[in-house]
Design a protein around this ligand. Structure first.
Ligand SMILES: [Cu+2]
Length: 168
């Protein structure tokens, strides 16, 4: 079978790209620990408070066992609701010790939002009607910015928070 020179070049280019993309996906999945959030659980977006995890008093950071934490968040345009502190002020920063296991559970009341803890493998799409969950181990200390990476409207850039991982 005769293959034209350009056909060969494009075949090599095509197959090479495929191999490269598979390598990148493999690196992200197995080395960096990036994977899709759980999409199995559904929720009524009009009434997220009916879900135990998203009742106002259950929002924010909670230590569920030694070194294990759960963070419940309700996203809406244009805010992440982590609950309120003792003074009744909205929580915008959560602190966990280095090496702890943190389960992030988030849902949205309105449109699609993103929930990315920049610099970690936490990067979730938050869709109305679904609960997004991701558990991760906070291996590195530092301050990590939480950003919305799905354009959600005019105040999109105002959606942020901070996760501080401190040396234990
Ligand atoms: Cu947004």
């Amino acid at each position: 079978m005769h293959l034209h020179k350009y056909e060969k070049i494009w075949l090599i280019f095509g197959m090479g790209s495929l191999a490269l993309f598979l390598l990148i996906i493999g690196f992200a999945a197995f080395w960096k620990g990036t994977h899709p959030q759980s999409h199995i659980e559904t929720i009524d977006p009009q009434n997220v408070e009916a879900h135990e995890s998203f009742k106002p008093e259950n929002l924010g950071l909670r230590e569920v066992a030694d070194g294990k934490y759960t963070v419940n968040i309700v996203a809406s345009a244009f805010n992440y609701d982590f609950g309120v502190d003792e003074d009744g002020k909205s929580v915008k920063k959560i602190r966990v010790p280095k090496g702890s296991t943190v389960l992030f559970q988030i849902t949205t009341k309105d449109v699609i939002h993103g929930f990315q803890v920049a610099g970690t493998n936490v990067n979730m799409m938050v869709e109305p009607g679904h609960v997004s969950r991701l558990e991760t181990v906070m291996k590195n200390a530092g301050e990590f910015t939480v950003v919305c990476n799905e354009y959600c409207g005019i105040g999109h850039h105002q959606m942020f928070a901070t996760v501080e991982v401190y040396e234990d």
